[in-house]
Design a protein around this ligand. Structure first.
Ligand SMILES: O=C(O)CCC(=O)C(=O)O
Length: 252
């Protein structure tokens, strides 16, 4: 973890990100910023406002959060280029709520070039809006997993722990050719659970991880503590995203 000023990441923090495939920044947002964002999204948590993956393109608060100067300063340092926001997600997990099986984002967001040579051309920023840890379904990562390939995957194996879905997406290449690709919720096959690190992140803290880093979350086992998080995924400018539903990138 780093306690350094996230406006200017230390060379050690940057090196740790490239070694481990993730970096926790404890003080990404102030408590006032977290509170204001939670309040602004009360109707989302109450189910009165629907939000798709591109809600930041129509909602100013989400756009401002995706382009928050602290987040973009960290991204620029880690990505070594101009970040472009691909998608944004509110990940609210009430007590008892299921997690997202352990996966690599490069499977859901295929790009050209892909993430094999430089995993950091795709980076997620996952922001804890509540203190998040092992008991309430916090984020987990497999350190160093970004240095390997995109792995084989199955459907999530434990339906009590993890959500499951199937969806067909339209893809379009740079030349304009389109085709359909069925995707499903994925769980990496044959991974070693002993390598999983269950992160503890305070509200306002963020986790940055690459498109290859194995990560996910488990069920919220807490009786009374929600785990609300906001996740933004970015690619380096010039990277092609194949899925047409998230192809309109936002410069941040
Ligand atoms: O918050 C979670 O449960 C998992 C988040 C995730 O998989 C992601 O942001 O890519």
């Amino acid at each position: 973890m780093t306690h350094s000023n996230p406006w200017s990441l230390s060379p050690e923090a940057i090196a740790r990100f490239h070694r481990d495939g993730y970096l926790v920044v404890l003080d990404l947002l102030s408590s006032d910023e977290v509170e204001a964002f939670l309040q602004d999204n009360e109707d989302v948590f109450a189910g009165r406002r629907q939000t798709g993956l591109t809600h930041h393109l129509e909602n100013e608060t989400w756009a401002r959060m995706a382009g928050h100067p602290r987040i973009t300063a960290v991204l620029r340092a880690l990505m070594r280029g101009q970040p472009m926001c691909v998608q944004t997600m509110m990940l609210a997990k009430a007590p008892g709520g299921k997690g997202i099986a352990i996966h690599q984002d490069g499977y859901y967001i295929e790009t050209e070039p892909d993430t094999s040579n430089e995993p950091e051309i795709m980076i997620a920023c996952w922001i804890a809006l509540d203190a998040a840890g092992p008991d309430n379904g916090g984020l987990c990562v497999v350190p160093g997993s970004h240095q390997g390939p995109l792995l084989q995957f199955d459907r999530p194996q434990d339906s009590a722990q993890h959500v499951s879905w199937v969806h067909e997406y339209e893809y379009r290449n740079r030349a304009g050719k389109t085709w359909m690709v069925p995707l499903h919720s994925a769980e990496v096959r044959d991974w070693d659970p002993a390598r999983e690190v269950l992160l503890t992140v305070p509200a306002g803290g963020g986790v940055f991880f690459t498109g290859r880093t194995i990560h996910g979350s488990h069920r919220n086992e807490s009786p009374d503590r929600p785990r609300r998080a906001f996740a933004c995924h970015y690619v380096r400018d010039g990277t092609w995203v194949y899925r047409t539903d998230i192809q309109r990138l936002m410069r941040v």
